[in-house]
Design a protein around this ligand. Structure first.
Ligand SMILES: Cc1cc2nc3c(=O)[nH]c(=O)nc-3n(C[C@H](O)[C@H](O)[C@H](O)COP(=O)(O)O)c2cc1C
Length: 362
């Protein structure tokens, strides 16, 4: 009973959560990867997170979302990278996420880059990471996903590889266990992924996957700077991917940075500083693909107002990761409830009707 009450209070109102007042200061005393392990262990406790389902905001039919044919109870998803080995997907959904992307999974196990490879930047509510796909590889992930049949309708899997054959094998073996596959060609921390930034190579890869595709296929692109040659290149890559047959685009991965606190000297920035740029990229890519593919917006999403802005710019759904680390397990529920309030204020009953700036709430 006490546990249930504590957990319900963690969900909180849309004001400050107990997590940010009490739990976060304790958890943040641990190094980031240690803190992640603690969170994962907590999320693995069987049944513990079921009580979140009562009050996570996903029962509100106004938030029902269609993402490239996948029916979701809310447009808010957990981004790839949080549950790399797919150990706690069900618990993540119970917190109020409409969907979760497991992985990124590679065909064989990988140790990742040397540590330190994950650093908090609390004053900006950001993270720097250079993990480089540490993971157990496809085999154990497939076993786990087979065991937890129940949630497949809202689970996507992110896959990656440095040659086509690796990606094809991950795709063939995993797709029937998921509601969608996210192809990651955009981690700034993994040598070899950039070969798929060549349009001809990317087209070949996607056309090969499309022949065997049974579930929607998404591709996660790197971010692009504004007013730059690189921006045109990335938009061309998005157009190539859509033309070759992907169902959706995830915009975008972490922003490449150089920093000597990371052992390998460079990595990806995530969290609050990314949001404004995410908004610009969604407008850019929507103008490019003009509704021919679904768009998942990712980068710095923290509030219901952020979700509103991104949906109004053309995204069908959003993903978040870093804000969850800073705001705690009640975040998706709080966003769901506030998004619903914003919709009530605007007098709309479907997320598909969201447009313009969000209304002001008291
Ligand atoms: C520690 C960490 C690990 C990540 N691992 C992956 C990954 O394995 N695959 C992937 O596609 N993105 C990965 N990402 C990127 C996130 O999915 C997301 O694109 C990025 O963090 C921006 O969203 P955010 O600002 O909400 O965190 C990772 C991000 C972080 C912070």
């Amino acid at each position: 009973m006490t546990i249930t009450l504590t957990m319900l209070s963690l969900i909180g109102s849309d004001k400050t959560s107990i997590y940010s007042l009490a739990a976060r200061p304790l958890i943040f005393r641990l190094p980031p990867e240690g803190a992640h392990k603690v969170a994962e262990t907590a999320l693995r406790v069987p049944g513990l997170w079921n009580s979140f389902r009562i009050a996570n905001g996903t029962g509100d039919r106004k938030l029902d979302t269609n993402l490239a044919g996948i029916e979701l109870p809310t447009p808010i998803g957990m981004a790839a990278g949080f549950d790399k080995d797919c150990k706690v997907l069900g618990s993540i959904l119970n917190l109020g996420f409409g969907f979760v992307t497991g992985g990124t999974v590679t065909l064989t196990p990988r140790p990742g880059n040397p540590k330190p490879r994950m650093i908090r930047v609390p004053e900006q509510k950001a993270l720097m990471n250079a993990l480089g796909f540490p993971g157990q590889g496809l085999e154990p992930v497939i076993k786990r996903m087979k065991k937890s049949q129940r949630n497949h309708d809202r689970v996507m899997l992110s896959i990656a590889g440095t040659i086509e054959e690796e990606i094809f094998e991950c795709f063939r073996r995993a797709q029937s266990l998921t509601s969608g596959i996210e192809l990651n060609i955009s981690s700034p921390n993994t040598a070899g992924l950039r070969i798929f930034h060549q349009p001809a190579r990317l087209r070949g890869l996607i056309e090969g996957l499309v022949v065997e595709k049974q579930v929607p296929l998404f591709i996660k692109l790197p971010p692009w700077p504004r007013n730059d040659e690189n921006r045109r290149e990335m938009l061309k890559l998005a157009a190539t991917a859509v033309d070759a047959g992907v169902d959706g685009l995830v915009i975008a991965n972490t922003h490449p940075i150089e920093n000597s606190r990371l052992k390998v000297g460079r990595g990806g920035l995530s969290g609050a500083p990314l949001f404004d740029h995410t908004e610009l990229m969604i407008a850019d890519v929507q103008a490019q693909v003009q509704g021919q593919a679904a768009i998942i917006a990712c980068g710095g999403v923290t509030t219901a107002e952020h979700v509103w802005l991104l949906l109004s710019k053309g995204a069908s759904a959003v993903q978040l990761y870093t804000s969850f680390i800073y705001e705690g397990p009640g975040l998706p529920a709080r966003i769901n409830k506030r998004l619903s309030k914003l919709m009530n204020k605007a007098g709309i009953t479907s997320v598909a009707d969201i447009s313009g700036p969000p209304p002001a709430l008291n």
